[in-house]
Design a protein around this ligand. Structure first.
Ligand SMILES: [Zn+2]
Length: 211
């Protein structure tokens, strides 16, 4: 087994709470929140993603992911140009209803994962995750309400929206919708590995450490 395979396998064992800790540690305003609130955020964000996956399964029974996108009128676009954005992502959601996929980056990750015994459809995972971001724009969800107080001077208070809750919920949503037995956030490690092994090692270490 290669070092990559071994490490990826190890990451598949991390539970959603652990991965939630990692995702929060990546949020730019992580330093502004306390441990107990982090736990609450992780719990509620995971529950929010799971709830939405259940709602979708109930409202659109038996639809494949692609038929589901059609039913929700979400359009797929493939990113083809060679801008610097190619470098750093596999997909993103663009309001009101477009999911953009970076196929070349996705194929690199799929090639990397081929040596594993796991059957991982990277494209479906990215689609499902981005679909959650679409749902965030059409439904009032917990993840869109989490703000953190940055500072308060007398009557002036500045609050900022956190990124992590939507990311945690998007991962939980994709996991439930696609019936995965690992948290798909670990694909960030594989994706970075396909670009830069040293940077990937840093992601691996912080994922393992995030407790
Ligand atoms: Zn996301």
């Amino acid at each position: 087994m290669t070092a990559f395979n071994e490490k990826f396998q190890r990451l598949t064992a991390l539970d959603d709470r652990h991965i939630g800790r990692y995702l929060i540690s990546q949020d730019p305003i992580e330093g502004k929140i306390r441990g107990a609130f982090k736990d609450e955020l992780i719990l509620k964000s995971n529950a929010c993603g799971l709830d939405q996956a259940k709602r979708i399964a109930r409202d659109y029974p038996g639809l494949s992911l692609y038929n589901l996108l059609d039913a929700l009128a979400v359009t797929l676009q493939y990113h083809t140009s060679h801008s610097t954005r190619d470098y750093i992502m596999m997909g993103y959601f663009e309001a009101p209803n477009v999911i953009v996929l970076f196929e070349k980056n996705i194929s690199k990750v799929e090639a990397l994962l081929q040596g594993l015994s796991l059957d991982i459809d990277v494209k479906a995972i990215i689609l499902a995750h981005e679909l959650f971001h679409y749902l965030e724009t059409t439904t009032e969800l917990y993840t869109d309400s989490v703000t953190v107080r940055l500072f308060k001077i007398g009557p002036i208070e500045r609050r900022s929206l956190m990124i992590a809750p939507g990311e945690i919920a998007g991962m939980a949503f994709a996991k439930a919708l696609l019936n995965l037995d690992f948290n798909p956030a670990i694909l960030n490690y594989a994706f970075m590995y396909s670009i830069n092994e040293t940077e990937a090692e840093k992601i691996y270490q912080s994922m393992m450490r995030a407790l």
